[in-house]
Design a protein around this ligand. Structure first.
Ligand code: KG4
Ligand code: ZN
Length: 356
């Protein structure tokens, strides 16, 4: 075993982050000064493309193949040795369990060999705190978390203190993008494909229903919208390239309207507990969408909130956000044993922060 480092004094705290919960294999090194010293991501898009979605067994195998090399590259990019690490943060869920276990077990092995603590990070907390890494956003803030598997509005009071205000009652928003892209014959993942097609489309040519808009609360629903798109596709097939673009534009602007409406209600709920100017953080893969960002920024402004969205490479899955969650947890004394379990399901509300 390597000798444990002495307390660092004024030197930055260095964390290695590992992310393997879905179809990106990623490693990063981040310090407590919010500097990203290395951030490498290997996308498995090509491995899954012909199946139109992520195949768990293929994903797990690809993580096994690529993770060691990516970690070595991240350490090289950061120009550090194992002995300089202060901790290893690995995603422990939620996600595809095979992939989660590959990253978590690798993280445990490195933590044990380097003699540093392991931080078993919740992937959603990684997304939630990504804007603190990118822009130093202060607590508390309202979080709109939009990924392939989740669509939630969350009051983030402080590290580990999350209260869900609203969630989807059926599909996640990224899932809706992916399914609609498939209906339109566009590639996987669907979000970026729809965003590209929408640039050349006219939304008003294809009216679609706007689920939940105008209702109380801030839950979401996207399956009716997806069904409406399917109906249009069935009625108007074969689709011309222009019609594909028009449907993509209409779908995207409808999603923007639904997200803006639900988030406006959440801002009112958030303000009851945290008066004054508010911060809205938009995070997760779907937050990479420029049209959605613009729309949410306008809504936030109208309600006296400032919107912060991380740069796009920190919105989609990456290990820098996992390393950062590790920095915050390590500094709060919240580390995990080498018996930490990987979890397929792990809601944010089950997390705990430091004792107040
Ligand atoms: O956060 P993420 O990378 O992985 C999960 O934790 O799920 O999110 C992936 C989701 C996919 O559904 C993908 O289609 C969507 O994010 N996405 C986008 C865009 N880029 C990625 N959705 C809309 N517009 C985009 N530009
Ligand atoms: Zn994610």
């Amino acid at each position: 075993m390597l000798e444990r480092r002495q307390p660092k004094g004024k030197e930055p705290v260095l964390i290695l982050g590992i992310e393997t919960s879905c179809d990106e294999t990623a490693a990063a090194v981040v310090n407590d000064r919010r500097e990203i010293l290395a951030n490498v991501v290997a996308s498995q898009v090509l491995d899954h493309q012909r199946y139109g979605g992520v195949v768990p067994e293929i994903a797990a195998r690809a993580h096994v193949t690529h993770l060691d090399g990516l970690i070595a590259r991240a350490m090289r990019d950061a120009k550090i040795t194992w002995a300089q690490l202060d901790g290893v943060a690995a995603t422990a869920g939620p996600g595809l369990i095979g992939g989660v276990l590959v990253g978590l077990v690798t993280g445990k092995a490195i933590a044990a060999a380097a003699g540093v603590p392991l931080i078993a990070v919740n992937h959603l907390e990684g997304h939630a705190l990504s804007a603190r890494l990118a822009a130093g956003v202060a607590y508390p803030f309202l979080l709109l978390l939009v990924t392939g598997g989740h669509c939630q509005l969350v009051e983030v009071a402080s590290l580990g203190r999350y209260r869900q205000l609203g969630t989807t009652i059926d599909d996640a928003v990224g899932e809706a993008f992916d399914k609609v892209a498939r209906l339109l014959g566009l590639g996987y993942p669907g979000g970026p494909e729809i965003e590209r097609a929408a640039l050349a489309g006219v939304a008003a040519r294809v009216p679609l229903p706007r689920p939940m808009v105008g209702r109380q609360g801030c839950d979401f629903s996207f399956s009716g919208l997806k069904t409406a798109v399917r109906r249009v596709v069935e009625e108007r097939s074969p689709l011309t390239p222009q019609l594909v673009n028009d449907i993509a534009a209409s779908f995207q602007s409808t999603v923007a309207e639904v997200l803006a409406d639900r988030t406006a209600n959440a801002m009112a709920m958030f303000r009851e507990r945290h008066p004054g100017p508010g911060r809205l953080v938009v995070a997760g893969g779907v937050a990479a969408n420029s049209a959605l960002r613009t729309r949410l920024e306008q809504t936030a402004k109208r309600h006296g909130f400032t919107m912060i969205a991380p740069p796009k490479e920190l919105c989609t899955d990456n290990a820098a956000m996992i390393a950062w969650a590790g920095v915050e947890r390590l500094q709060a004394g919240l580390t995990d044993g080498l018996d930490a379990a990987g979890r397929a399901r792990w809601p944010l509300a089950e997390l705990v922060g430091p004792l107040q």
